[in-house]
Each structure stands twice: as structure tokens, then as C-alpha cells.
Design a protein around this ligand. Structure first.
Ligand code: THG
Length: 262
């Protein structure tokens, strides 16, 4: 599983405060800890309260790149914020994200090509979050078709079904799992599939248990990337074990330790 650490997000109070105060050490500590825990990339999001994300995004990227060298996922719905990040991010960066809207695709696919970035495509458009599997598949197909048309490699595309909280949209979860399975067969080569895992448990009382149970099911459906909290040890143990049982890691009695040592 391609693990994208979620902890550098202005939605966390301490991170939002550090961004406003330009306090690099708080950000750098989170960057180091996530990579040490097994993150292959780091999501970078200025948060909903940022007053100047076009300045905050490049600042975050520069301070993170001083301490780790993994790819960064530039997380913003505003293409100007993403472009400001791409100007300073090491290559290959990840654009998080485009939607299935023709306007967004027309802006972000050329940006991804120009900067050699990978691209996350959310199955959402101007009508909002999809209500069923078929809408998710339709939008995934639109994103993949637009990338193919612009000769952007589908192997650099990650489709995101948009995970919703189980306490809000309980009946959607099984639809999302089925969509993950079917994203893999909408084109050859197939796009990657990513989720924002912690969305599933937002507002619930036992978050880690819900996160790791959903992750196991999603991995079984073909999920190959996730934005998650790599400092959640039980989650990481479950992730490694799910891959072991699906024959994606080699078994040995110390498989958890072996995985961590790479
Ligand atoms: N898809 C894509 N990108 C995404 C998401 C997605 N980026 C953002 C988000 N979803 C993934 N990242 C997070 C980060 C934190 C939380 C959830 C998802 C989270 N935060 C606590 C909360 O809201 O309760 C904050 C608690 C605190 O303030 O300490 O749960 O789906 N492509």
C-alpha cells in the first residue's frame, strides 16, 4: 500500500497555529515522525482557516523538504494553491486533487503534465458527492478519459471514491467498497485507487477501530494507496497483516518487524 501521511493539515489545531506563527519545528516534527512510521509520501493541507494558502502552501513545502525527502501531496481545492506548491516541491509531487468537472480537469491535467506530478481524481463534480456506485464509476471513467485524451499516463492517476463518515452515510460504505473493486477494471492499464481513510470515522467514538476495519476491507477490494495516520500502530499492524494475507508481503514469523525494516 502506498501510504500518504495525513498529519500535516491545518485542520489540526496545533498545525493551524504553527502555520499562522511560521513555527517550522511543529511541522518538521510531524514530517519526521510520519516518515519514520512508514509513510511513503506526506499530504500537505493548509486547512480551512488559512487566510493566505497561496503563501502558506510553499512555506509548508519548504520546511518539510528541509527534513524529509518523500514526495508531497499538495492538498487543496484551489488550483492556484496547488501551482504555488508545485513551483517549490521536489519532483514527483502529487496533485491532491482534481474533480471530474471539465473545468478542473482542463486546468489540472496540464499542470500535472508540466510538473511531472501524479494526479488524484475525486469522483465528485458540480453536483456534489455521489450517492451510489454507478455515479462514482461514471466520474472515474470521465477522469480517466480526460487523462487519456491529454496523453497523461493512467499509471500516474489515483481515483478517490470519496469516503463519507459511517455515522452520516452508513449505506454508502459498501457502495464505496464495490466502486473500489470496479475502478481497477475501467481501463488497462488501471488507475490506482486512494482514499482519505479517516473520513470514515469522523465524528464517531471509536475512530481507530473503524478506520482499520474499513482499511482491511478496502485493501481486499484492491485499494493500493491511502491517506492515513501512520502513527496509529494498530492501524499499521492491520495494514501490514492484510497485505500479508493477500500475498502482497512475504510471510515470516516476524513479518511486522520485517515490514518496518523495509
Ligand atoms: N481524499 C483526498 N484527500 C483528502 C481527503 C480525502 N485530504 C483531507 C482528508 N480527506 C484526509 N485527511 C484527514 C486529516 C485529518 C482527519 C481526517 C482526514 C481528521 N481530523 C480530525 C477530525 O476532524 O476529527 C482533527 C482532530 C483534531 O483537531 O485534532 O479526522 O478523502 N484525496
Amino acid at each position: 500500500l502506498f501510504i500518504i501521511g495525513e498529519l500535516i493539515n491545518g485542520m489540526y489545531a496545533s498545525v493551524g497555529k504553527a502555520i499562522r506563527a511560521r513555527e517550522a519545528s511543529v511541522i518538521q516534527e510531524r514530517a519526521r515522525a510520519q516518515v519514520a512510521a512508514g509513510a511513503h509520501a506526506l499530504d500537505v493541507n493548509c486547512g480551512p482557516a488559512s487566510r493566505n494558502p497561496v503563501a502558506d502552501m510553499p512555506w509548508l513545502i519548504e520546511v518539510i523538504q528541509q527534513v524529509v525527502s518523500v514526495p508531497l501531496s499538495l492538498d487543496s481545492s484551489n488550483p492556484s494553491v496547488i501551482e504555488a506548491g508545485l513551483k517549490v516541491a521536489r519532483s514527483p509531487a502529487i496533485i491532491n486533487s482534481t474533480t471530474a468537472d471539465p473545468d478542473k480537469l482542463a486546468a489540472l491535467i496540464p499542470l500535472a503534465k508540466r510538473y511531472g506530478a501524479r494526479l488524484i481524481g475525486l469522483t465528485i463534480d458540480a453536483r456534489g458527492i455521489p450517492h451510489n456506485k454507478d455515479q462514482r464509476l461514471q466520474m472515474a471513467a470521465q477522469i480517466v478519459a480526460a487523462c487519456a485524451e491529454q496523453e497523461f499516463p493512467i499509471g500516474d492517476v489515483f481515483i478517490d471514491p470519496i469516503v463519507v463518515p459511517v455515522n452520516v452515510s452508513q449505506a454508502q460504505i459498501s457502495d464505496i467498497l464495490e466502486a473500489i473493486r470496479e475502478f481497477r477494471i475501467i481501463s488497462d492499464p488501471a488507475p490506482h485507487v486512494v482514499v482519505g481513510l479517516s473520513n470514515v470515522s469522523q465524528g464517531t467514538a471509536v475512530r481507530s477501530l473503524i478506520n482499520r476495519t474499513f482499511l482491511t476491507m478496502a485493501i481486499a477490494c484492491g485499494l493500493d494507496a491511502a491517506i492515513l495516520d501512520p502513527l496509529d500502530t494498530e492501524l499499521m499492524n492491520e495494514l501490514i497483516t492484510a497485505e500479508l494475507l493477500l500475498n502482497k508481503q512475504i510471510y515470516c514469523d516476524s513479518f511486522l518487524n520485517a515490514y518496518r525494516k523495509g
